[in-house]
Every structure is written in structure tokens, then in C-alpha cells.
Design a protein around this ligand. Structure first.
Ligand code: CU
Length: 170
């Protein structure tokens, strides 16, 4: 098999792989003619992202991961690409899907900002998962979380820690 032929075969396979591990929004972008590997580092005419309503649901059982929820307003085309906190070992960005009645979480490398300019992380849906949260964090405490965007913007939020049952109060 010639190298030229091999490379022609490899592309669709790479795109298929990208579709598996990235969000539907990114897939839509790829299908629209863009490519997962050439997303602009800095969105044109972008506004700086704003993050509101951040809170952390503490784990019901100490040592289990905590979840964080928040709302992002940012330019369509930008993307949330990472989160970290000095009070957590690491933070993953998870989607939640319902497969035959079973809720499943999946880590995503990035969340594309859709045309609405809004990304919502809320109980029952997408969330940030905080692993190895400092054991000293109590309800009412503030957990600093730094969010990184594809545009290069970084936003620091102060998320209020709430007890494990807090997500059922709405
Ligand atoms: Cu999760």
C-alpha cells in the first residue's frame, strides 16, 4: 500500500475518532467544513467570557469527587478547555447522558460555546468534577476555580460549597 493511499484512508478514521471523544457541537463544526485540529486559537471579535452562579456540591461521602455547576456566557466559537483549583487535585469536564435509564458521565476535553453564547453546567447535566477536593472544605466555604478558554481567556470564579443534598432542593 502506497503512503499516499494510506494517508487518504487515515483522515476519515481520525475524524471519526474525534467525533467519539468530543462534543456534538464540535462534531457539527467539523461537519460544517471546519476541522477539529484548526479551531482558531483566538475567536474573532470575541468578548471576554463571564461566569456566574458557580457552586460546588460537596460529596455525600468524604473522599468521593465533588461536582461544580455554573453558567458561562462567551463568544460562539470560543470553548471551555480546562478547569483547575488550588483546592482540588484535578478537575474534569463531564457530560451526562441517559442511556436506557442509566445516567452516564463522560469526560470531555472541551465544551464549544454554541450560537446562543451560553454554556450551562447544572445538576442532572454537564458538570465539572473535582477530584481530591481538600477535606477541609465545608458548606459555605468558597472554592476558587480557574476556567481556561480556547481564546486564551482565563476566568477565576469563587464557587460556594454546598452540602451534598443541595442539588435536590429545586
Ligand atoms: Cu462527573
Amino acid at each position: 500500500m502506497s503512503a499516499r493511499f494510506a494517508s487518504r484512508l487515515a483522515w476519515p478514521r481520525l475524524l471519526g475518532l474525534a467525533a467519539c471523544v468530543t462534543s456534538g457541537a464540535l462534531l457539527a463544526l467539523a461537519l460544517a467544513g471546519g476541522s477539529a485540529s484548526v479551531i482558531p486559537a483566538r475567536a474573532q471579535g470575541s468578548m471576554s467570557p463571564k461566569v456566574t452562579g458557580a457552586w460546588v456540591r460537596l460529596p455525600a461521602v468524604a473522599g468521593r469527587p465533588a461536582a461544580a455547576y455554573l453558567e458561562v456566557a462567551a463568544s460562539p466559537g470560543d470553548a471551555l478547555v480546562g478547569a483547575k483549583s488550588p483546592q482540588a487535585g484535578r478537575i474534569e469536564m463531564h457530560t451526562m447522558t441517559n442511556a436506557d435509564g442509566v445516567m452516564r458521565m463522560r469526560a470531555e476535553p472541551r465544551f464549544e460555546v454554541p450560537g446562543s453564547g451560553r454554556l450551562s453546567f447544572a445538576p442532572g447535566g454537564a458538570h465539572l468534577m473535582l477530584f481530591d477536593l481538600a477535606a477541609s472544605v465545608k458548606p459555605g466555604d468558597r472554592v476558587p476555580i480557574e476556567l481556561s478558554f480556547a481564546s486564551g481567556a482565563k476566568v477565576m470564579v469563587s464557587a460556594e460549597a454546598r452540602a451534598a443534598g443541595a442539588s435536590h432542593q429545586h
